[in-house]
Design a protein around this ligand. Structure first.
Ligand SMILES: NC(=O)c1ccc[n+]([C@@H]2O[C@H](COP(=O)([O-])OP(=O)(O)OC[C@H]3O[C@@H](n4cnc5c(N)ncnc54)[C@H](O)[C@@H]3O)[C@@H](O)[C@H]2O)c1
Length: 304
């Protein structure tokens, strides 16, 4: 694969485009929103600076071209990655349109956070070339990418995408069943559900919960994954604790009121100036810079 098109230049698109351009692929990008297209080059540049700080080799062959139509963006593409909003109908509609502009061998990858790929490919003309490529945010820093085949994805498409991910210096993780949420988000949402429940029950304050998780299991899990951690702790210990604790854990099926009440008030998090915590624009800029620096430092330390 030589030519990649990235559709959607919101939170995820610029970092994805920058990572792939860095590996030598020719990348074009598009967003329906003109201001997003105008802002994208600054996003590519920021991501490139971080990739340099990470020590990722620079094999850039050309700058990222921002196209002003979907057709121009995907013309000649071998791989099209959509990273548009998490809406099944929208993703299908865009892939159907892409299909009218690309050759039959072009791979269509979705960065969905967890919509089963089988459902997306069911709406396309050539489902065998549709695949999941789930990046983690920020996509240029977090190296893990889930690769998910739907029921109809051709095995060769999986192999080709794995090769692209490896070539970019990221780490492909093959998901063996097309389950909703794949693996990363199933694990994350289990953690989030329990954290929200503990805060709602008044067991802990949000700031203390963040410190507890980041400096406890978060820090440890970056070095020892959950399966290896079971071996480290002892399966007998897990069995003994799990036998009384598992039944105490949250099993709620809906979303916690702690979240739904805030979203109803427009408290969406950093993007609206406040969610669980409150942020001034200066604090947002400072936080984003500090988080990127720390993630770079941790990734470098973990690679040694
Ligand atoms: N934000 C995350 O942390 C994260 C992480 C992993 C995966 N994802 C997934 O990636 C996808 C994108 O997420 P995001 O956070 O970047 O969303 P976002 O809302 O920040 O960006 C989406 C962009 O797509 C554009 N868009 C909408 N319709 C379009 C169309 N028809 N053609 C071209 N562009 C269009 C929008 O203008 C917007 O700029 C979603 O499926 C999401 O679930 C997000």
């Amino acid at each position: 694969m030589q030519n990649v098109a990235v559709i959607g230049l919101g939170t995820m698109g610029p970092g994805i485009a920058a990572t792939l351009a860095r590996s030598g692929l020719r990348v074009s990008a598009f967003d329906v929103d003109a201001p997003k297209r105008a802002k994208a080059p600054a996003g590519f540049a920021t991501a490139a600076t971080v990739l340099t700080a990470l020590g990722v080799p620079d094999r850039t062959s050309a700058g990222i071209a921002v196209a002003d139509s979907l057709a121009a963006c995907v013309a000649g593409a071998d791989l099209v990655i959509e990273t548009i909003p998490e809406d099944l109908e929208l993703k299908i509609r865009v892939f159907r349109e892409v299909e009218t502009h690309v050759g039959a061998a072009c791979v269509l990858a979705s960065d969905t956070s967890g919509i089963p790929i089988t459902r997306i490919q069911a709406g396309t003309r050539l489902p065998e070339r549709v695949i999941g490529m789930h990046w983690s945010n920020p996509p240029h820093i977090i190296p893990m990418i889930e690769v998910i085949a739907g029921e109809k994805t051709a095995p060769g498409v999986v192999d080709a995408l794995v090769a692209v991910v490896r070539h970019s210096g990221h780490l492909p993780i093959i998901i063996r069943k097309d389950v909703a949420g794949f693996v990363e988000n199933r694990v994350l949402y289990a953690v989030m559900r329990e954290c929200l429940d503990l805060v709602e029950q008044g067991v802990i304050e949000p700031q203390d919960l963040d410190a507890c998780v980041s400096w406890g299991i978060g820090y440890k899990l970056a070095v020892v994954g959950p399966m290896a951690l079971l071996d480290m702790a002892g399966l007998d210990i897990y069995q003994a604790v799990g036998s009384y604790l598992n039944k105490e854990l949250s099993a709620r099926k809906d979303v916690a009121a702690y979240v739904t009440e805030r979203t109803a008030q427009g408290r969406l998090g950093i993007k609206s100036g406040g969610g669980i915590y409150s942020y001034t624009p200066e604090q947002v800029a400072e936080l984003q810079g500090a988080r990127a620096r720390k993630l770079v430092a941790v990734r470098k330390a973990l690679q040694t």
